[in-house]
Design a protein around this ligand. Sequence first.
Ligand code: CP
Length: 320
Amino acid sequence: MHNPQLNARGELTHLLTLEGLPPDVIRTILDTAHPFVSIAEREVKKVPLLRGKAVFNLFFENSTRTRTTFEIAAKRLSADVINLNIGSSSASKGETLLDTIDNLVAMDADIFVVRHSQSGAPHLIAQHLTAHGRKHVHVVNAGDGRHAHPTQGLLDLYTIRHYKKSFRDLTVAVVGDILHSRVARSLIHGLTTLGTAEVRAIGPRTLMPERVEALGVRMFTDMRLGLAGCDVVVMLRLQSERMKGALLPSPGEYFQYYGLTQEKLAQAKPDAIVMHPGPMNRGVEIDSPVADGERSVILPQVTFGIAVRMAVMSMIASAA
Ligand code: CP
């Protein structure tokens, strides 16, 4: 079946999800990001790869890291960046998403970076652009509902590869609210596609998707057992805004069983790294001494996110 993210030559033209993306495409994105990491050390931090292009940031949900790093990435690629203020846009007057898109295309948009609470919104935009002969306009999913957050998955993969070199011998634990987490879904798809030896999903049953093993993971409800011998521990935020009804007794009890403390982290390998996509809830899913400790790579994740987003935008813009 045709992958809507790839053109006829197999080049990345939209980034909508890591599910079904060929491993060589994922590796190419990570390899393309690599030289962009060191650009931050240069006096002039810009390259002309997107000169003359317009990147529209459309964030229908709040964001600190993703929106800002997309903006920095686009500016480092020399693009013009337009951050649509959704609260004061005509979306608040009842304009449909696709009418908004058509109007922005009429303003010569080249790339849309879209975050939306509805799963599938970026796919819908990409389909609409293709159906209306706008193949030169590209869509990057910056997080849709609980479905996917592919650039977060890619920056997580980049971070793991940076610290651990290869995925082949790794055991990676993803801990917490997997049910509502687009970050977990994208990372798990990326890890399994790149041949990670073992991916574990750790959390209470109420926060696990049905048939979670079908994603290629081993499920653990006991955090200490799940962390035993891990190389990488990825903590997730409790997505309270997406929970319907009471799935948890209380944040305090959650922390007791699933909060990452130094004592629980001692089950993992001594050189295990700790990751978190942010925003963090200290004292709910992670203890401050761990979040700020020497095994935490949470802030390097954010920095790598700029390079990974530069890689994605430069690749899709160069696809014919
Ligand atoms: N990780 C992440 O998506 O963070 P933001 O919500 O701040 O973009």
